[in-house]
Design a protein around this ligand. Structure first.
Ligand code: SF4
Length: 313
């Protein structure tokens, strides 16, 4: 049983990906209104060794010793991985001991202005930061940041990082209807993207209701319009492709989730604790089942519940 590793998870963007979670649920510098992992319970900019580095290295040693087939080892989780002060040492370890694996980092990009972080991340082959706003007002509405974070500093940090970074940067922009899809905000986002110069931009939106009922997904038409306007290499990643096209899609995991949901509606937390699986891993399956119209999501008092469209009698 691994405490800090999860998956391998089926990821449309990354293929077969082993997840490494470096911070406890939910430690983050943001508290985004669309976060699929629930509310941030520790909102912080403090970098420290949130979980023991040795424990992570020993789990990695154990998992990788049989040389499993993986497209990426991905730092992601229910929180912000760059808050872990030893991320540089961990990436160095993997590249030294298991050089055959590529490393990816899913990050909110808020700490890239910190001196030294670029050096710590030089072994990462692919960084996937997010940027949902370019004005301070929309940034606060959308991402509820730590009070010391300023959007201009974050954009500067991403721009400076990208200038010397040797790997690829895929910048994710999450669009929420009525919040960051206004003409003015998209114009500012375009300017920020042209400054940062990511390898590509990926547009995303909600695939389920947020815990806040006012949070609505953008339509496909809006995403297409924004993609055209950004004037950059942009793809829309909002919808999952068919399950059989996703590497590492595990039919047994899917069936177990479906069986549980068929018996009674469950929240993400219910499913994670019953299955003993990480939030991100279960989220991947839920996202796919939602997009295939096999399950639906409903907002109730205790949170978002997932229901099967076919109930067992
Ligand atoms: S940055 Fe990611 S983990 Fe943190 S609150 Fe936003 S969506 Fe959730």
């Amino acid at each position: 049983m691994y405490k800090h590793l999860f998956g391998p998870v089926p990821s449309r963007r990354l293929g077969i990906s082993l997840g490494v979670d470096l911070v406890p649920h939910k430690t983050c510098s943001l508290n985004c209104i669309y976060c699929e992992c629930g509310r941030t319970t520790r909102l912080t900019l403090e970098r420290k060794e949130y979980v023991p580095t040795n424990a992570i290295l020993s789990e990695l040693n154990e998992f990788l010793k049989d040389n499993p087939e993986l497209a990426y080892i991905t730092f992601s989780g229910a929180g912000e991985p760059t808050l872990h002060s030893e991320i540089g040492a961990i990436t160095r370890f993997i590249k030294k001991e298991f050089p055959q694996y590529k490393l990816a980092l899913i990050t909110n990009g808020t700490l890239f202005f910190l001196p030294g972080l670029a050096e710590e991340l030089k072994h990462v082959d692919l960084v996937l930061p997010s940027l949902d706003a370019a004005s301070e007002e929309v940034f606060r509405k959308m991402n509820h940041p730590d009070r010391d974070l300023k959007i201009e500093r974050i954009i500067e940090g991403l721009t400076g990082f990208q200038k010397n970074y040797k790997g690829q940067m895929w910048l994710e922009v999450f669009i929420i209807q009525g919040i960051n899809d206004t003409e003015n905000e998209i114009k500012l986002l375009r300017e920020a993207i042209h400054r940062i110069q990511p390898t590509r931009v990926q547009l995303n939106t909600l695939d389920r209701p947020g815990t806040d009922n006012r949070v609505k997904p953008a339509t496909e038409e809006t995403l297409q319009k924004i993609a055209g306007f950004l004037d950059w290499d942009t793809e829309i990643i909002a919808k999952f492709t068919s399950r059989i096209q996703i590497a590492a899609y595990n039919a047994d995991v899917e069936n177990t989730i479906l069986q549980l949901i068929k018996r009674r509606p469950c929240t993400l937390d219910d499913l994670c604790s019953t299955l003993g699986k990480h939030h991100n891993e279960v989220n991947k399956y839920l996202g796919t089942l939602l997009n295939q119209n096999i399950i639906i999501a409903k907002v109730m008092e205790r949170g978002v519940f997932f229901e099967s469209l076919k109930r067992e009698i």
